[in-house]
Each structure stands twice: as C-alpha cells, then as structure tokens.
Design a protein around this ligand. Structure first.
Ligand code: ADQ
Length: 492
C-alpha cells in the first residue's frame, strides 16, 4: 500500500501553524525577539532543526490596522532565519480578521467544542467567514513558496481547511496534518454548523494524525457519520485508512514528545540545582506542590486549588506542612472567558489563603508570569509533587517535562486521567480532576509516598518519556505510510 519511501525523502519541508515561534520584527534585518512560549513551538522547532532547517509559515504576530499594510507586507515578505536555521515566513493579518479568526472561531468555537465544552462554545457566521479567509491567505503564502516535490506539514485547529485549499489550487505533493488538541466525539463535533467543510478540509491531506487513539477513533466515526466515509479499521501500528469521495486518507496516532536531553541537561546544571534549593527555602522548607500552565479553563487550575483547599479542610494538621506554587502564563487575554477566569482564580486564591493561611504560611502561592526554561526546571526540581490536572488536554507537555527534569528519580506526578499523556504514563498517580475528594486523598498520599515507591514510579515514567522524544514524534509523523489513492486534486 505505501507509495512513499521516507528514507529517500530529501524534499523540503514546509511547516504551517497559526503562530511562528518568534514575532517577526516590523523591519527586515532587525534581530529576532524572544521565542514564544507554547507546547507546539517547544516540540516542533527541534524537529525542524534536526532535518537541517526547512520553512515555517505562520502569523507574524502583528495585527495590522489597514488593508494596504497587509498587502504591502504580503508582497515583500522576506524570510527571517532562526538560530536553528529555520526560514520563518510571516503571514500578515488585519486586526479585525485576527480578532474573528483567532479569538473568534479558533478560540471561542473550536477550542471549547473540541475540549467537549459545548456550553461555552459560540457559533458566529462572521467568525467562520474570517476563518476561511485566513486559511486561504495561509494557502496562498504557502503556494508562493512550494516547489514540486516539497511536502507540507500543517498544524492544529486554526488551519483545518488548509489541506483542501492547497489541493484546490493544484498542489499535488504530500500533505500531513497534525491536531494538537482532542478531537471530540461525533455527538459533540456535530454541533458545528460547518462540520462538513472542516472534515473535507482535513481529509484532503494524505495523513491526519492525533495524539492518542480515542481522538483518531472520534475523527473516523465523525467522517463516517457526517460524510459517509468508510474506514478499514486500525492496523497493528494504530493506522486507519478512511475512504471518501476525494480518495483515501491515513488516520493515525503519534503522541507528541519533548526535547528530553535538553531538560536533563538543564536539570544537571549547578546553577539550576542551587536555584531549586533556594526555592525550597523561600517557600519555608516544606514540600511543594507545583503547577505550571497557560491560563486556560481546560487546565483545571481553579479545580486544583479547590482540591488543595479540600485537602487542608479534611486534614487540619496539614496546615503549615506543605505549600502550593502555581505559575500561570497569561494567554488569550482578549477573550472574555479568559479574563473572567483570571478574576475567578485570583478570587479563589485570596479566599482560600484568607481562610486557611496562618502567620508565615499560606496554602497557595500564585504567580501570573512566564518562567524561562532554567527557572521552570528549577521549580520542577524543587517540587515534591507536580499537579497536572487538566479537565481535558490534547496531550500536555508539563507532565513529561517534570519527569525528564527529575534526573534525581524523586518526586510524584499527579496526573489527570483526561490528559492525552495519561495514556502514555502508566506510573503516574492518576486523578479525576472533577472529584475533589479523590484529588484531596491523592495529594495526601503523594505527600506521604515513600522514597522507594517514588523512585520506582519515576524510573518507569522516565523510561516512557525517554522512549518518545520530540524527534521520535516528528520522525513517526513524517514517515507514515499513506494510501496510493491519497487525495491529489479536488474540485473547489
Ligand atoms: P498547550 O495548551 O499550550 O498546548 P501544554 O502541552 O501543557 O499546553 O504546553 C504548555 C507549554 O508551556 C509547556 O512546554 C510548559 O513548559 C510551558 N509553560 C507552562 N506554564 C509556563 C510558565 N508559567 N512559564 C513558562 N513556560 C510555561 C497544546 C495542547 C496540548 C499539547 C500541546 C502540544 O493543548 O495538549 O500537549 O499543544 O501538542
């Protein structure tokens, strides 16, 4: 069945994602600013660098005020070169377009719906129109750079129409698509007024890839129920093939990994180890429960604090014997739900600390900022327990980062069963983040876990994290076999 030999693949790789790993400066020739924080960026850049570069196309970080400025930037968009030798090509967007495509359709429709939160999902036709327009803009920028034989690797929910748009404009090369968030059950996906167009957009790729099996199965079922597509059923390697009106598409699973070597290297730096000591002292020398997340209602930050509260309420003697350190990176602050969430979390922390804190001790230390990688690893090392308790998460990278950083083989990972990564980390302590009593018990047991058990679990997890790095993930994604009848050209 395969018609593509990955070993002989010397074609140029064009990656597309909503955001570039850097904001492109206004003036060509200016130095690149700091890298953006985010799971996708952290996983993709090492993969591209390993292939000797390639091109990365994404929004350049500027929301422009007038249409002429968009046209001007489009016509003279010169690539910038990242430190790793990746050519970065910016896609300019108009302010209103960005509002509707990114904050609107992507983050008020697709993000909540795909995480199963139908109640907060908005369906706004103008946002959908902007989503289509922006996907077309991405397709145009890509086509201006694509040469015959190049291959496209498109990422995430912002760009689901892209594969089909490239086909409609005649691109016949290989297209792979990776979804970084969950794909919901068809009963939920079906609420989307534009469900057929999204499915057709994705199925025009040669391969559509997900983190874990349930997302693959949900997608295959949705394609069957909504488009009448037929699936052959997953093979031993977890690949399914979906036959549809425009050909056949591989639908596969490839869980994302992290740059394990880098986290291990940083965790062994003397400066980072002493910073971990300083942190322990700063927080009173008691065991630390640690969390790091983007500000997002899917990450379960509020519920996590309620679980900590439940733990202290049920174990009054625990006051003063531990503390919680939570670092939150600001995110999507232009979306109302995110602003409310921040206020709600601030309020809860104040309330819980007010109620249970005592002289010289509070149950929760909460910081609203991004840490650089060394500081983040110092926190991972200072922690006794990592709290990774999203309500729903495509994969989650904080869990493997914590594990990779624990070269001392100590520490406990409390992990939500609703994070994709829970299917890959057998030795984590699994919790249901909605069950506050269960979480409170898990916190109690984690803080009391004997060192030999910590070590045994951490060893198991370190083995699993080490066996699937960001590079392994990229290799697997880029070497998937695709059907001969893969979609090549489709009618517009
Ligand atoms: P995200 O939702 O962004 O990614 P996640 O996988 O948790 O979530 O990655 C977050 C990244 O940000 C991690 O690398 C973490 O270290 C970093 N980070 C978090 N808090 C930080 C802080 N305060 N300071 C600095 N860095 C911080 C989406 C999906 C995930 C999926 C990834 C990759 O939602 O489910 O795992 O893509 O596919």
């Amino acid at each position: 069945m395969p018609d593509h030999d990955p070993a002989s693949d010397r074609s140029s790789l064009i990656v597309l994602s909503n955001r570039l790993p850097y904001n492109i400066p206004r003036e060509p020739g200016s130095p690149l600013p700091k890298r953006n924080v985010g799971g996708l960026v952290n996983a993709l850049e090492p993969a591209l660098v390993e292939r000797g570069g390639g091109t990365w196309i994404g929004w350049d970080g500027l929301a422009l005020r007038n249409r002429e400025a968009v046209e001007r930037r489009l016509s003279r968009s010169l690539p910038f070169l990242s430190d790793g030798g990746v050519r970065l090509v910016g896609v300019p967007l108009h302010e209103r377009e960005h509002q509707r495509y990114y904050y609107g359709l992507s983050n008020r429709t697709l993000w909540p719906l795909y995480h199963g939160l139908v109640d907060v999902t908005r369906f706004v036709p103008e946002h959908w129109q902007a989503y289509r327009d922006v996907n077309r803009r991405f397709a145009d920028v890509a086509l201006a750079r694509l040469r015959p034989g190049d291959r496209v690797w498109a990422h995430d929910y912002h760009l689901q129409l892209l594969p089909r748009l490239l086909r409609e404009r005649g691109f016949a090369g290989r297209i792979d698509f990776f979804l970084h968030i969950p794909f919901p059950p068809p009963e939920i996906f079906a609420a989307l007024p534009w469900r057929e167009e999204i499915l057709r957009g994705l199925l025009a790729a040669d391969a559509v890839v997900f983190h874990v099996e349930p997302y693959r199965d949900n997608f295959v079922r949705a394609a069957g129920e909504i488009l009448g597509a037929r699936a052959l059923g997953p093979d031993a390697d977890g690949r399914d093939v979906v036959e549809h009106d425009d050909g056949a598409t591989t639908v596969a699973v490839a869980p994302i990994g992290i740059d394990v070597d880098d986290f291990e290297r940083i965790s062994r730096l003397e400066s980072v180890r002493s910073e971990a000591w300083r942190l322990r002292l700063r927080y009173g020398g008691v065991p630390i429960l640690f969390g790091a997340d983007r500000l997002d209602y899917t990450k379960g930050i509020r519920e996590r604090f309620l679980a900590v509260e439940r733990y202290v309420a049920q174990n009054p003697h625990a006051a003063g014997t531990f503390t919680t350190v939570q670092v939150v990176v600001p995110s999507r602050s232009q979306v109302q739900e995110y602003r409310f969430l921040k206020q709600e979390i601030d309020r809860e922390v104040g309330r819980i600390n007010g109620e249970y804190g005592r002289e010289g001790w509070v149950p929760i230390h909460y910081m609203f900022r991004a840490l650089d990688r060394e500081d983040l690893v110092a926190h991972y090392l200072a922690a006794s327990v990592a709290l990774v308790t999203p309500l729903r998460d495509g994969m989650n990278l904080v869990a493997p980062e914590f594990v990779a950083s624990r070269t001392d083989e100590r520490g406990v990972l409390l992990l939500s069963e609703f994070a994709g990564v829970a299917r890959r980390l057998d030795d984590a302590v699994k919790v249901n983040p909605f069950d506050l009593d269960g979480c409170a018990r898990a916190i109690r047991d984690a803080l009391a876990m004997p060192e030999p058990e910590q070590e045994a679990r951490m060893r198991g997890m370190r083995w699993q994290v080490g066996a699937n790095t960001a590079r392994d993930w990229a290799r697997r994604c880029l070497s998937l076999a695709v059907p001969r009848s893969a979609p090549r050209a489709v009618r517009g």
